[in-house]
Design a protein around this ligand. Structure first.
Ligand SMILES: Cc1cc2nc3c(=O)[nH]c(=O)nc-3n(C[C@H](O)[C@H](O)[C@H](O)COP(=O)(O)OP(=O)(O)OC[C@H]3O[C@@H](n4cnc5c(N)ncnc54)[C@H](O)[C@@H]3O)c2cc1C
Ligand code: SF4
Length: 444
């Protein structure tokens, strides 16, 4: 019988009931009474710091007041006016680093108003009623191509359609949603929420989605520029950095993003194999997501190995604690030097590191950790190969996503500047749409 102690990479370490419990909603949704109590903690600050801390600048005190007065649908509209993916952002935003960190009650009491959960309460209430709260402006006759159906592309397309433009979204994947559909940890977006949100968003009308269409394959920037009045690039970061070390090619060594994608698309988690001893290399959100989900699938030992110290880890303290609370071991100041095993990974060799004159260096002291599965989570890269200026490996932009080509805008993870977060992608897509609309319709 297979158990958590079975060697190698195998499926069915846990049974269906255990897996269902493990992958349930990370935070239970608020009941109406709980939402009222949570909303009552807000001081409705003037010049509220939580608003400034939100990349989409949602009027947080207003929407919380609307919840307090028993009008969650109005609260949802306040949220969607700034962030049409407010439902997903309520689930995935690192609120502990954004709005909730800035909340005056966090500063005073170490316990912020639960802005994220209140946002989810409001947006879920409206979406469950199947209401799309916008109607399109009169047709402008302008047509815009959006490449990439992730948060940046969807946000841009919705705003352009709202303003009366026609939009075609092209995406290389089989389903729209980008990393909302393929990347976000399963316990943050349950019940097919990503797909439901896309369907809801498209109710605005005027947007056609063409999946399985790849820029650089069937599509070129020149052909899109010739066919459309403008192009918005929202292709994210499709490439994954390599480890470049001895044994990197052994079976069992894979990209964390591919593992998470397979997990997100899996209809039966009992069939998904996972190692007994899993090691994740990296220090960001992707590393934490791969580690926690491996543990939830039934891996016996899961370790995150990060080359710098805890403070330098890009995963927030909340995420680090989430990993630790699921039994993931966090190792700091170690870098991988080799993966050992006879064809398949069995052990990973790590070297301790130290900062020498501000630079990271190996100390020569080494250790080995059992590892039948190793995930690379050391960052993603731009894969698009088009004639656009780049900066630090991303598409160079100025203003609201203007690229080096007149007719072409870009936003989200593929564009330079801003954090690689869902909410930032939504803000950049929205702002680019406003700029594209103003440019095409003569007000710029
Ligand atoms: C594993 C993982 C977990 C994450 N967890 C969180 C989280 O919890 N909270 C958070 O805020 N952020 C999280 N992020 C970051 C967040 O998902 C991204 O910042 C966000 O999705 C970026 O949106 P985007 O629209 O720019 O790109 P993406 O979501 O990457 O969408 C890009 C789209 O473009 C398509 N595409 C790519 N190349 C082409 C091409 N050549 N032709 C056509 N289509 C193409 C892709 O198929 C994809 O649909 C996570 C990221 C990863 C990798
Ligand atoms: S900072 Fe906190 S208390 Fe003030 S408006 Fe924002 S959520 Fe309310």
């Amino acid at each position: 019988m297979i158990s958590q102690r079975t060697p190698g990479i195998v499926a069915e370490r846990l049974n269906a009931e255990e897996l269902a419990a493990n992958f349930a909603d990370l935070h239970a949704p608020l009941e109406p009474h709980e939402a009222a109590v949570a909303a009552d903690r807000c001081y409705f600050c003037h010049d509220a710091p939580c608003v400034t801390a939100c990349p989409t600048e949602i009027d947080i005190p207003l929407f919380i007041r609307q919840i307090s007065t028993g009008t969650p649908e109005a609260a949802a509209k306040t949220i969607f006016d700034q962030n049409i993916l407010g439902g997903m952002c309520a689930r995935v935003c690192p609120t502990e680093d954004l709005c909730e960190q800035a909340c005056v009650r966090e500063m005073a009491e170490g316990k912020p108003v639960e802005i994220g959960r209140l946002q989810r309460y409001a947006t879920d209430t409206l979406m469950q009623r199947d209401i799309h709260p916008y109607t399109r402006a009169a047709a402008t006759g302008k047509r815009i191509a959006v490449v990439g159906a992730g948060p940046a592309g969807l946000s841009c397309a919705h705003r352009l359609a709202l303003l009366g433009n026609d939009v075609v979204i092209y995406d290389g994947h089989a389903k729209p949603g980008g990393l909302n559909e393929y990347g976000i940890a399963a316990y943050k977006s349950t019940d097919d929420f990503a797909a439901r949100e896309v369907a809801w968003l498209l109710d605005i009308g005027g947007i056609t989605v063409e999946t399985g269409k790849v820029l650089g394959g069937d599509l070129t920037l020149d052909s899109l520029s010739a066919q459309y009045d403008a192009v918005f690039l929202a292709v994210g970061l499709g490439g994954v950095n390599a480890l470049n070390l001895e044994g990197d090619d052994k079976s069992g060594v894979t990209d964390a993003v591919s593992f998470i994608e397979t997990l997100r698309q899996s209809r039966d988690l009992t069939k998904l194999p996972v190692g007994r001893n899993v090691v994740v290399i990296g220090g960001g959100m992707t590393a934490v997501d791969a580690a926690v989900q491996s543990k939830l699938l039934g891996a016996e030992n899961v370790t995150i190995a990060y080359r710098r110290d805890r403070a330098a880890m890009s995963a927030s303290r909340y995420e680090q604690d989430l990993a630790a609370s699921h039994g993931v071991k966090l190792m700091f100041n170690v870098q991988p030097v080799a993966i050992h095993g006879n064809g398949a990974a069995a052990e990973i060799e790590l070297e301790y590191t130290a900062s020498v004159d501000g630079r990271l260096a190996g100390t020569g002291e080494k250790t080995r950790v059992l590892a039948d599965q190793v995930f690379r989570a050391i960052g993603q890269t731009l894969t698009m190969d088009e004639s656009l200026e780049t900066e630090s490996g991303k598409i160079a932009v100025s203003g609201a996503g203007r690229t080096s080509l007149d007719q072409v805008w870009a936003g989200g993870d593929c564009a330079h500047g801003g954090d690689d977060l869902t909410v930032t992608a939504v803000a950049e897509g929205r702002d680019a749409a406003m700029d594209i609309h103003a440019t095409l319709n003569g007000s710029v």
